[in-house]
Design a protein. Structure first.
Length: 310
């Protein structure tokens, strides 16, 4: 019977379901809520006497459609968001190995990719992500989104043109060799930034590198994205110098499956999460999340960067 390898309760599908929900929402908490709602729906359906022959298909369809509905209201909230919006980071580090539900995600959805997905409508986002990231065929994508196969093909083609600019891949995990190279580059990058080595930094940054900061109006962050290698390098050197002065330390981590770091205050509380978008041996984008609302799932949150409430 389809899905029997994961039992009749569907618990074995949680990592996949979380990944789909997180890809739709960009929020760890909301993704977990959507997965829980899908299982509650499953329980209600069974109590009502519904026969479910393919548990995986039922749950993935439920999560996809709940994600589409979620985005309708989320889009309104994000139009009034203060500063750049970035997704909630999923962090794996020595301090935080990461729950099993997030295992599949770390090889699927980078911070940069999730930002690009924000340009799509809810249905476009679902179709593109299911096809591009998770490799579903058009019959499955059609079933999960409630659209026809022909329509899904058109939606995917349109979305792909918008989400994969300049011929660079939009998602997917780097191969192991490149991942190791990326981690080494990240280590050198953070060392150079902490030591104020401008020339070394410039050699690791793409000419058109962009720095994005998300404080959500609740923590200190740059008001708008900063572009161009020298400007970004100057921002990093100055920023890390200030971090050291207030007792913050920086520790390496995997952020959405890519190299990055977490900053901690003297009491071991999380102040920010930094993710790097690396391609062709250089850093193309830096994403820094300091909004305390987006860090609570990583660990106890520091108030060192928090802005006073108005």
């Amino acid at each position: 019977m389809p899905g029997s390898a994961n039992g009749t309760d569907g618990a074995g599908y949680r990592p996949l379901l979380f990944s789909i929900a997180y890809g739709m929402t960009g929020s760890v908490g909301d993704a977990e809520d959507i997965v829980q709602d899908a299982f509650l729906g499953l329980t209600r359906a069974r109590r009502a006497g519904t026969t479910i022959n393919d548990l995986k298909a039922y749950l993935t369809t439920s999560v996809t459609r709940l994600g589409i509905n979620y985005l309708g209201s989320a889009r309104v909230r994000r139009e009034t968001y203060v500063g750049d919006w970035l997704p909630e980071p999923v962090v794996v580090s020595a301090e935080r190995p990461g729950p099993a539900e997030h295992a599949e995600l770390t090889d699927s959805l980078s911070m940069a990719f999730l930002v690009l997905l924000e340009t799509l409508s809810p249905v476009e986002r679902a179709v593109f992500m299911l096809r591009e990231v998770f490799g579903y065929g058009y019959p499955d994508v059609a079933r999960m989104t409630g659209k026809s196969e022909a329509n899904c093909r058109q939606i995917f083609a349109r979305a792909r043109k918008r989400v994969a600019p300049a011929g660079r891949p939009a998602g997917g995990a780097p191969p192991p060799a490149r991942r190791a190279e990326g981690e080494e580059l990240a280590r050198k990058f953070f060392d150079a930034a902490s030591g104020g080595d401008m020339e070394a930094l410039l050699g690791m940054l793409a000419p058109d590198v962009v720095f994005h900061g998300d404080g959500g109006g609740k923590a200190r962050a740059i008001g708008r994205a900063v572009a161009e290698a020298r400007r970004v390098a100057q921002l990093l050197v100055g920023g890390l110098r200030r971090l050291r002065l207030v007792g913050l330390s920086l520790r390496p981590a995997q952020v959405n499956g890519r190299p990055g770091a977490v900053t901690y205050d003297a009491e071991g509380r999380v102040a920010s999460v930094i993710g790097l978008d690396i391609a062709d041996g250089v850093i193309h984008a830096i994403h820094s999340v300091s909004n305390p609302d987006k860090l609570a799932h990583v660990g106890p949150v520091s108030d060192i960067a928090r802005l006073p409430e108005k």
